[in-house]
Design a protein around this ligand. Structure first.
Ligand SMILES: [Fe+2]
Length: 445
């Protein structure tokens, strides 16, 4: 986030104002009109002390704010109505400098900054989606100009890979792909947790969804959580699981619904992808706990969402087939190749759109290509290793009836080396993941 500028000719006053925010926010004090003009757009917002306005006057600010600029808020002495009218006309907001004005100022600045951040995020999302399209265009074959409803020639197998990409780009550009929305119950849960809601309040929210409530009760009675008595209602279940684990399972159950499909051909692929994602979520959680990685974000959720780009691409391709935009004769090896090559970028774009933090976006982007990452954070290494480990255990996306575990020398991977893993530890992690998967997968489906 860019800094907040505090603009004043009175340096004592400027310091006092800056102390209100300097703990959570970068601030810079500006005392000269030339400097302010030169760097105005490097700020997230400007807090203007009336001393500065009194010195430079209305005309200066009219000139300064002619072009797009960050929000400007003036602390004005109460009673000078003409000044307030003048500044409002040129788009400066104000708060009166009453005793104890600092509280009001803190509130308004926080509000303004979150609006600025939201706008910035939106801009980023649009940019990142545009970037994806450009990258895909480069990777795809020559773009053909096509119109709606036009029929497509029969596809030859060697053209399929390009054709899928071509088609995705085409519908993407027309805004015809509806990106899935993040399940709302999980979002509300997070909002309530951010506000410091207690178990009783969370229980009230979850009660509205019978399916989730009953699954949470089953999970709380599984061997991992089982207490002396069997839980019979949601309140008991949430009490036993605690808020963190309840949140994880709510996310998991909500997420599960995204893996549904009407395209029978993709059913097996999506089921396997779901199991792979869940196994990777457990693997990440186990790695985080065993190695005490102290991550900023929840390891389980990071693992659960790392392949969301594969889900998105499968859903898009399924839709395209349903509307006959792509033939049914796609070779599955071509399909999987396309998905494997491009899922990182699509996943990253979707997670950005869902407003997940940079850690999630990076895990989705680089978990199968560490070389492309600008730096290797612990959470990225964790997901990289978790992903490979569960593949080696047979939790991998494949449409073969028989599951073929991938042969991977886990010890000889960059993430294992960086995290300091050895064969004994890896074996123990695998056993733990198997335990969780055997016991809990059925209860979450
Ligand atoms: Fe994966």
């Amino acid at each position: 986030m860019k800094p907040v500028f505090i603009v004043s000719t009175d340096s004592d006053e400027a310091k006092k104002i800056s102390e209100i925010f300097s703990k959570e926010q970068k601030v810079a004090i500006i005392e000269s009109s030339n400097r302010l003009r030169a760097i105005l757009n490097a700020s997230a917002m400007v807090i203007l002390d009336h001393s500065f306005y009194a010195k430079y006057g209305l005309e200066y600010f009219k000139g300064l704010l002619k072009n797009p600029h960050p929000p400007v808020l003036m602390i004005a002495p109460p009673g000078d109505t003409q000044v307030m009218v003048d500044i409002m006309e040129i788009g400066i907001r104000f708060i009166p400098k009453v005793p104890d004005y600092q509280k009001l100022l803190g509130l308004i600045v926080n509000n303004t900054l979150s609006q600025v951040q939201e706008k910035e995020q939106l801009k980023q999302n649009v940019l990142s989606l545009q970037l994806r399209v450009e990258e895909l265009e480069k990777a795809g074959s020559e773009q053909k100009d096509r119109q709606d409803g036009e029929s497509y020639p029969e596809t030859k197998p060697h053209e399929v890979k390009e054709k899928i990409l071509d088609e995705i780009i085409f519908v993407f550009k027309r805004g015809k792909i509806e990106l899935p929305t993040l399940p709302q119950l999980g979002v509300k849960f997070q909002e309530m947790m951010n506000k410091g809601a207690n178990i009783r309040e969370i229980g009230k929210l979850l009660k509205q969804d019978m399916a989730i409530s009953s699954k949470l009760i089953s999970v709380s009675n599984s061997v991992y959580y089982r207490g002396v008595a069997e839980n019979k209602n949601l309140r008991q279940a949430v009490n036993r699981l605690g808020l963190t684990d309840t949140k994880r399972y709510v996310d998991t159950i909500c997420n599960r619904s995204l893996y549904a499909t009407e395209n029978k051909k993709f059913l097996r692929l999506l089921e396997r992808l779901w199991e792979h994602s869940l196994a990777c979520a457990y693997a990440s959680q186990i790695l985080d706990e065993s190695l005490a990685l102290g991550l900023e974000v929840d390891a389980f959720t990071l693992g659960l969402l790392h392949d969301i780009g594969k889900l998105l691409l499968l859903q898009i391709i399924g839709e395209l087939q349903k509307s006959n935009k792509i033939g049914d004769n796609i070779e599955s090896s071509e399909l999987l190749h396309t998905i494997n090559t491009h899922h990182g970028k699509f996943g990253a774009a979707l997670l950005k759109k869902w407003k997940f933090s940079e850690n999630f976006v990076r895990a989705a982007s680089y978990h199968n290509n560490l070389k492309a990452a600008d730096y290797l954070s612990k959470d990225l290494l964790m997901v990289h290793f978790g992903n490979l480990m569960v593949k080696s255990m047979g939790f991998c996306m494949s449409d073969q009836e028989e599951i073929q575990p991938e042969e991977i020398d886990l010890e000889d991977t960059e993430s294992a080396r960086s995290l300091g893993l050895n064969a004994v530890m890896i074996d123990e992690f695998k056993q733990k993941v198997s335990g969780y998967m055997n016991e809990l997968t059925g209860l979450l489906t």
